[in-house]
Design a protein around this ligand. Structure first.
Ligand SMILES: O=C(O)CCC(=O)C(=O)O
Ligand SMILES: [Fe+2]
Length: 200
């Protein structure tokens, strides 16, 4: 099924609920769960350093160093299982993705707060390709200028959400916690770090 555009003012979003087959999504989920060196990243929240409420791993080419939530991460090497995914995304979207942030939400109490992926290393109009695996969780977008302009959507396993153009400049997004009993979810956000650019 092709990527379908999603209409949201001043954003550029596209979605394919079945980018991977159920079998491929399940196999990738199991492989990454077992083999990615998951760690707790520290994030800055209201001026204080705290553990982020999820497990993460920053993966990328050696020159794709990245600052995330105020901390600088040297990327881990690419696991074999991600190479075909990276290839296919780069071909389909015409972007040389050189890094991916993998997040593991162990259950409904793991989450990601409101943010936009607007670090200087990503350039002014970054294309971010988000692949979801495991449990379905709700993803939310909220316009910066008028927070009543918002969208929430369930991201099922095997789905691909592409955020590009001015989406990061005009919107924040989040993966809210949920009281519903849910299993583990892995999300992969493929990015292109512009070599040589770094934020302060
Ligand atoms: O888990 C998600 O769907 C979103 C992850 C995200 O926003 C990020 O990695 O920057
Ligand atoms: Fe994000």
């Amino acid at each position: 099924m092709p990527l379908k555009p999603w209409l949201l003012a001043d954003a550029d979003l596209a979605f394919d609920p079945h980018w991977l087959t159920a079998e491929a999504a399940q196999a990738l989920f199991a492989g990454l769960l077992a083999h990615v060196p998951w760690e707790v990243h520290r994030i800055r929240l209201f001026g204080r350093e705290v553990d982020s409420p999820r497990l993460s791993c920053w993966i990328g080419d050696p020159d794709a160093a990245y600052t995330y939530s105020g901390s600088r991460f040297a990327p881990r090497p690419w696991p074999d299982a991600l190479m075909p995914i990276r290839e296919r995304l780069s071909l389909e979207l015409g972007i040389g993705f050189n890094s991916v942030l993998a997040n593991l939400y162990r259950d409904g109490s793991d989450s990601m707060g409101w943010h936009s992926d607007s670090e200087a290393e990503l350039g002014p109009q970054p294309t971010i390709a988000s692949v979801s695996l495991g449990a379905t969780r709700r993803f939310a977008l909220k316009q910066r200028r008028d927070p009543s302009v918002k969208l929430a959507v369930d991201l099922p396993p095997g789905s691909l959400l592409v955020m590009r153009g001015d989406t990061q400049a005009n919107y924040r997004h989040a993966l809210p916690r949920t009281a519903k009993p849910v299993g583990a979810r892995i999300n992969l956000t493929f990015r292109r770090i512009v070599p040589g650019v770094r934020s302060s």
